[in-house]
Design a protein around this ligand. Structure first.
Ligand code: ATP
Ligand code: F6P
Ligand code: MG
Length: 488
């Protein structure tokens, strides 16, 4: 197997089109590091596990639906404990930082990193960095012990607090060096993982024995490659409460319209899954599927038809949907450079009211529900909690084994170490030519708002991307439902 030079992405190839997109390792730039037996082999809880250590050559396939003659395709290194580790327990000085938007499960991952490092590897020195990346040089640190974090998974938010906005990578790495930190666990969305990748590059440039491990999170589920991001399941569950309320209100009045706006900046996964789960929704609008209001096949016509047929309508809209319909362009950004969106929920609900009262002379009763932060400011549900444990343990095992510059996450149900660039190079978005969106259309009976020619063109575009290795079709599946948890 040939391995390319270590500054470039580490790609190894094998027979039958096998490709391993590997993650960096400390020995790539610090040769001759000593290794130690993994202390887990003496841990009574883990010693009973048959074949507890993962074979170093185990990899996880990105594409599992294959044909007889198809190449084996891209693989990622399987996560899990290794027989040899590159840190002695008393040598480890770890830190944890949370950045970007809040997400259910952040406290669980913090807890599980602290407890996992302590209980599995005997690590005692763990610091919490306060307030996101800038906290490395602008805030005090918080010593974290199993006792301090014992109950935090029952609370929403992050005990470390978070932030958006610019930071100075060089100052962060100075602070890491000054404090003698050698394992950094970074929790956050796409922007955070980009930041972690730059920190890793600087650490490598300085030749430091410091591991940088990313644990991606976002309720939007917009991180590619991994099956789903933690917090998403909880957010979808909480969104049900808003949809239920909208349905009750809509049913309770003549020509009732329940209108719910959910988060989802560029990706409509929350809206799509909340709609599919609820079965009370008549129309789901997401950023990936443009729609129009007036005329045949438009939204107004559909609403009117549903009101006549059913007496009420429930609409769910993702915050990023239909932005192109809003007249005034808004070019503002948040502190991190993310485009600030216009409030499509308020805009569209007002337009629907105006259309029916002024143009159609119909009395409608529209109730607008915008749960915004309520779906992400809550503690994670049971399934996300278990998922968070697996993510934290994967990250710890990878760090102890000397891997670095990686993000963790399940790929087709198996946890893997994924190079940063693969989780940051694009956003995971709903594929509207995939079967999951078709299921949604069939469950709501809403129009697709697309003409057939456009659908055909889109299908061709996505088939092309798939054959070029981007695996577009099928990514709508956030497979890890409560019924089938990802396995480590
Ligand atoms: N391209 C980038 N390069 C380096 N650092 C970045 C980059 N983009 C964002 N960051 C850093 O990551 C942190 C969080 O970014 P951001 O606010 O975009 O949230 P996020 O991690 O994408 O989470 P969310 O999904 O909630 O938006 C910020 O402090 C920012 O400095
Ligand atoms: O108001 P904030 O904290 O910038 O976050 C809002 C954004 O964060 C997200 O929840 C992603 O974390 C998006 O869905 C939403 O647009
Ligand atoms: Mg982001």
């Amino acid at each position: 197997m040939a391995i390319s030079n270590n500054r470039e992405p580490k790609i190894a190839t094998g027979p039958c089109g096998y490709v391993l997109e590997d993650v960096p390792h400390l020995v790539d730039y610090i040769p001759d590091l000593p290794t130690y037996p993994n202390p887990l082999q003496d841990n009574p809880s883990y010693s009973v596990v048959k074949q507890y250590f993962v074979n170093v050559d185990d990899t996880v396939a990105q594409k599992i639906v294959v044909h007889k003659d198809s190449p084996r395709g891209t693989h990622f290194r399987r996560s899990g404990p290794r027989q040899k580790v590159y840190f002695e327990s008393n040598e480890v000085h770890a830190c944890i930082v949370t950045c970007g938007g809040l997400c259910p499960g952040l406290n669980t991952v913090i807890r599980e990193i602290v407890c996992g490092l302590n209980h599995m590897y005997g690590v005692k020195r763990i610091l919490g960095i306060e307030g996101g990346y800038r906290g490395f040089y602008a805030r005090n640190t918080i010593p974290l012990t199993p006792k301090v974090v014992n109950d935090i998974h029952k609370r929403g938010g992050t005990i470390l607090r978070t932030s958006r906005g610019r930071h100075d990578t060089s100052k962060i790495v100075d602070s890491i060096q000054d404090r003698g930190i050698n394992q950094i666990y970074v929790l956050g969305g796409d922007g955070t993982q980009k930041g972690a990748s730059v920190i890793f590059e600087e650490v490598r440039r300085r030749g430091l024995k410091v591991v940088v491990a990313g644990i991606p999170n976002t309720i939007d589920n917009d991180i590619p490659v991994i099956d789903r991001s933690f917090g998403f399941d909880t957010a979808v569950e909480e969104a049900q409460r808003a949809i239920n309320a909208a349905h009750v209100e809509a049913e309770g009045f003549e020509n009732g319209i329940g209108f719910v706006k959910l988060m989802g900046r560029y990706s409509g996964f929350i809206a799509m899954y909340a709609t599919l789960a609820s079965r009370d929704v008549d129309c789901c609008l997401i950023p990936e599927s443009p729609f129009y209001l007036e005329g045949p096949g438009g939204l107004y016509e559909y609403i009117e038809r549903r009101l006549k047929e059913n007496g009420h309508v429930v609409i769910v809209i993702a915050e990023g949907a239909g932005q192109e319909l809003l007249s005034e362009g808004m070019n503002q950004q948040d502190a991190s450079g993310n485009k600030l969106l216009q409030d499509v929920g308020l805009w569209l609900s007002q337009n629907i009211k105006d259309h029916f009262s002024k143009q159609r002379k119909m009395t409608i009763n529209l109730k607008y529900i915008d749960p915004t932060y309520m779906i992400r400011a809550i503690p994670s549900n049971a399934s996300d909690n278990v998922y968070c444990t697996l993510l934290a343990h994967s990250a710890i095992h990878g760090a102890m084994a000397g891997y670095t510059g990686f993000a963790v996450g399940p790929v087709n149900g198996r946890h893997a170490y994924i190079p940063f660039h693969r989780v940051t190079e694009r956003l995971n978005r709903v594929v509207i030519t995939d079967r999951m969106w078709a299921r949604l259309l069939s469950s709501t009976n809403q129009p697709s708002f697309w003409d057939l020619n456009k659908v055909e063109a889109k299908k061709k575009e996505e088939t092309k991307e798939e054959t070029e290795g981007q695996l577009i079709v099928g990514e709508n599946h956030t497979e890890a439902t409560s019924a089938s948890r990802p396995k480590e």
